[in-house]
Design a protein around this ligand. Structure first.
Ligand code: G4P
Length: 530
């Protein structure tokens, strides 16, 4: 293998998905600790520092002390080059969070052992499942009282519809947490909470066949329970099957405690072996291999107004093939222009560094003078590729929006259309009407504030937002009847999006099913392929 191929093969690009507070940040910090990127966990991306460190790209971020942007972390570990895509978690959950998943080759799902599968995990999981990427599960916080292990696995299987394969098995939890049983080596790895914040710590590894020794180490009760569970274990979850893992049909499950740094290294090592190298991506019906000689990438996110200067934007690209060379010219496929990407940079949590080269699997951010759209392809001039677009994801919050000053109609329509074009919000209009009545849909409610702020600051338009009760949106993939004649529930609303595609808004999930039942041949979708 040449050095070029090696560079690509050693890359692992993944997103961490979880519900807020499950421990995503803590786990990320511990990964960085192993990678030697930081000396002390917490010093890079701890919550306390995040407020100042992440970015001051948008005033709104500063005001709220949160990060609207998601960032990418790159670090080295045992010969691997790892890219972690951060998916914003709290109020800043937005369509960007979903889009970021489109750039990942695999996902790590962090679950709080005392909470099980939660709402945001479910949503993000769905997008990963749609893409069929491998999903690895880290069940966290075993140092606190946890739900029954069998129940947790059962919940993942039933709620998310993916088979599970425990790679290790927790021994007790909370005050009684003794460690994990590693199935492959058939040994007990004991827990010690002296590991807190450091990477060196003392754990004992005792072969399970040496039951007396295990009992001496973890106590009789824990030991008896473990051996009982081990007998049942073969019936819990599925057999390990790497093919199924890579196809996203089986999730390997690990247990640990990110806070006390237990189970993290075991996870990382197994994960890196099981996760895929950068995957081939579809373009014009062909699969483009990452090791193809020529550079190609697609834009998955655009961050507006990073500088206060108007229209300063950064386009985030995932490199799909070849090597990026900052001096080489590239073709912007949708724009039909050849150019040099300016100020290519790697975006870190707290810094941006200018880079001169990057490889398939990596993420780069480039200065965008307002020419890129989400989903656009950029490639070497002689290459003929156009990557599949990024789907539009279903917003969950809706509001009717009006400008306060009716004289400012023009700026209002211009501003809101541009912001929608960038992908920060989605706009809809009533079926068979113009833009007189605009309905805005967002994935996360904070986007409403971003919209208001940007319209006021960039377009000098004040708006009024009236919340609407809809929570579900469905694109119409197929209908036997004309859209205007579809019979739905009384609270259903028919609208169209910017591309004039018809959609239905629903107040509850029950109405969706009712509408499908009432209209033969009606096929609805939660995503819109662009
Ligand atoms: P998130 O990014 O998924 O939102 O979660 P984050 O890592 O910020 O963790 C949320 C809270 O859970 C933090 O506590 C964190 O210390 C704690 N936590 C994470 N992993 C573990 C674990 O394995 N065991 C235990 N017991 N706690 C864990 P906090 O009090 O909200 O914040 P902080 O003041 O400790 O930073």
């Amino acid at each position: 293998m040449g050095s070029f191929d090696k560079e690509i093969q050693r890359r692992r690009t993944f997103a961490i998905i979880s519900h807020p507070d499950a421990g995503k940040t803590t786990l990320t910090e511990k990964f960085l600790l192993y990678g030697g990127a930081i000396n002390l966990a917490g010093s890079v991306k701890g919550k306390a520092t995040a407020r100042h460190a992440v970015s001051d790209w948008m005033e709104i971020e500063k005001e709220r002390g949160i990060s609207v942007t998601s960032s990418v972390l790159q670090f080295e570990y045992e010969g691997y080059c790892i890219n972690i895509l951060d998916t914003p978690g709290h109020q800043d959950f937005s369509e960007d969070t979903y889009r970021t998943l489109m750039a990942a080759d695999s996902a790590v799902m962090v679950i709080d052992a005392s909470k099980g599968v939660e709402a945001q995990t479910r949503k993000l999981f769905k997008v990963c499942a749609m893409r069929g990427i491998p999903i690895f599960t880290f069940i966290n916080k075993l140092d606190r009282d946890a739900n029954d292990t069998f129940d947790l696995l059962d919940e993942v299987e039933k709620e998310l519809g993916i088979a599970t394969c425990p790679i290790n098995w927790p021994i007790g939890s909370g005050k009684g947490f003794k460690g994990v049983y590693d199935r492959k080596s058939e040994s007990v790895v004991t827990y010690s909470d002296t590991l807190k914040g450091t990477k060196e710590g003392k754990t004992n590894v005792i072969p399970a066949k040496d039951r007396a020794n295990v009992e001496a180490e973890i106590g009789k009760d824990a030991s008896d329970k473990l051996y009982d569970e081990l007998e049942l274990l073969d019936g819990a979850g599925s057999e390990f099957d790497l093919e199924a893992v890579r196809a996203g049909k089986l999730t390997p499950v690990f247990f640990g405690s990110a806070l006390t740094n237990f189970g993290v290294e075991i996870f990382l090592e197994n994960f890196l072996k099981m996760a895929t190298t950068p995957i081939a991506r579809k373009s014009l019906g062909d699969m483009i291999e990452p090791t193809s000689d020529e550079f190609s990438a697609f834009v998955f996110k655009i961050q507006a107004n990073m500088n206060k200067a108007h229209r300063d934007r950064i386009a985030f690209m995932r490199i799909c093939s070849g090597k990026f060379d900052a001096d080489a010219e590239v073709k912007h496929v949708q724009g039909g222009k050849t150019m040099r990407l300016s100020q290519p940079q790697q975006i870190m949590a707290d810094e941006r560094k200018i880079l001169s080269e990057a490889y398939a699997g990596d993420i780069i951010g480039v200065f965008d003078p307002g020419i890129f759209s989400i989903g656009d392809t950029v490639c070497a001039p002689k290459m003929n590729v156009c990557y599949e677009g990024i789907p539009t994801f279903a917003p969950e919050h809706f509001a009717r929006v009006r400008q306060v000053d009716t004289m400012k109609r023009k700026q209002f329509v211009k501003g809101i259309s541009q912001i929608a074009q960038e992908g920060a919000i989605q706009i809809f209009k009533e079926l068979n009407s113009g833009l007189e009545e605009i309905i805005v849909g967002v994935v996360g409610v904070l986007q409403f504030d971003v919209l208001r702020y940007r319209l006021e600051n960039e377009y000098n338009v004040e708006i009024r937002l009236d919340p609407l009760p809809y929570e579900h949106i469905r694109w119409i993939e197929h209908s036997n009847t004309e859209i205007s004649k579809l019979t739905g529930t009384s609270d259903m609303k028919k609208v169209t999006d910017l591309k004039d595609r018809p959609l239905l808004l629903f107040v509850n999930a029950w109405s969706i099913q009712m509408t499908i039942d009432r209209n033969e041949g009606l096929v609805l979708s939660e995503f819109a392929r662009n």
